[in-house]
Design a protein around this ligand. Structure first.
Ligand SMILES: [Zn+2]
Length: 295
């Protein structure tokens, strides 16, 4: 059954405590990300956690732009990357080489690795933070990141699992207001309440029910929710331009090998794009035209 607050992100404010909060649940957003892939379960869960983290992070942005959360390592999971924007459009991708056990920990998957957070405003300067993966979970690494980069006490809940037989990921963020009016005692009190959230509450309740369950003695001001969705930014044009980056001889060889049609599959969403010689020539003409115009 489709629940009212599936694929939603809520922001709220604890009015008497100068602490803000966010809650997100990713249903279709998460399962559509996994659709075209057969990731080991531990990788699937990690991607769910990264999707939640990216969603919560982009919701703290005060500008339009994208955030990329990326893990690189030397273990069987070579790369895991999630991309999100201020409209809560998210996508994720993992590259696995070798076996990943069902119960593999973050470090068993990654080996020696880092977590890279790139914040790319539509207008303005990019920011990149590199975090050592020296804690057992993404959640703890990110709490550390907020403390170091923004000097803001932040508490995160990030969980993945199943609800009524379908994969789901959810999370909460609690952050002391940047204006310095919140006290550590108030923050700790709310963090303790937040930490009591059960999986079935996070995955099954509406926002209203959940916030009441956790904070019924608090004054919580809740803002209009945002929808979250899986959205890949790929296009025929981008794939065509990627082919043009190859040397001409290589394109010729590929065409010969593949009966005159090169197929490009998007790693992220699985969409296939087909190009024959004529289509590639058209892309080339278009690119030459733009080059001549100095674009
Ligand atoms: Zn795609």
């Amino acid at each position: 059954m489709y629940k009212q607050d599936n694929d939603k992100l809520y922001r709220y404010l604890f009015q008497n405590r100068a602490v803000r909060g966010e809650w997100v649940r990713l249903n279709d957003t998460f399962t559509e990300t996994l659709n075209t892939h057969h990731y080991p379960i531990a990788v699937q869960n990690l991607l769910g956690e990264m999707l939640v983290a990216t969603s919560l992070l982009t919701a703290t942005m005060k500008f339009e732009g994208t955030i990329t959360v990326q893990i690189q390592g030397d273990g069987p999971l070579k790369l895991a990357v999630v991309n999100g924007n201020e409209q809560q459009q998210l996508r994720a991708l993992a590259r696995v080489e070798g076996e990943v056990a069902e119960t593999a920990t973050l470090h068993e998957m990654i080996g020696n690795g880092v977590l890279v957070i790139s914040i790319i405003p539509t207008d303005g300067e990019r920011y990149q933070g590199v975090i050592g993966l020296d804690k057992p979970t993404i959640r703890e690494c990110l709490e550390d990141y907020f403390m170091r980069s923004e000097q803001l006490q932040t508490h995160l809940v990030i969980r993945t699992g199943e609800y009524e037989g379908t994969a789901v990921a959810g999370g909460m963020l609690l952050q002391i207001m940047p204006d310095g009016t919140g006290t550590p005692e108030d923050f700790e009190h709310l963090a303790t309440l937040t930490e009591t959230v059960k999986d079935e509450e996070l995955f099954g309740l509406t926002a209203e029910e959940l916030l009441y369950r956790l904070y019924h003695e608090e004054h919580v001001q809740v803002y209009e929710p945002q929808n979250t969705e899986f959205k890949c930014g790929c296009s025929r044009e981008r794939s065509g331009n990627a082919i043009l980056l190859l040397p001409t001889e290589e394109i010729e060889e590929m065409l010969a090998e593949k009966n005159g049609v090169i197929d490009m599959q998007c790693e992220c969403c699985g969409t296939q794009y087909f190009f024959d010689k004529k289509a590639i020539e058209e892309f080339k003409e278009e690119a030459d035209k733009l080059n001549q115009l100095g674009l």
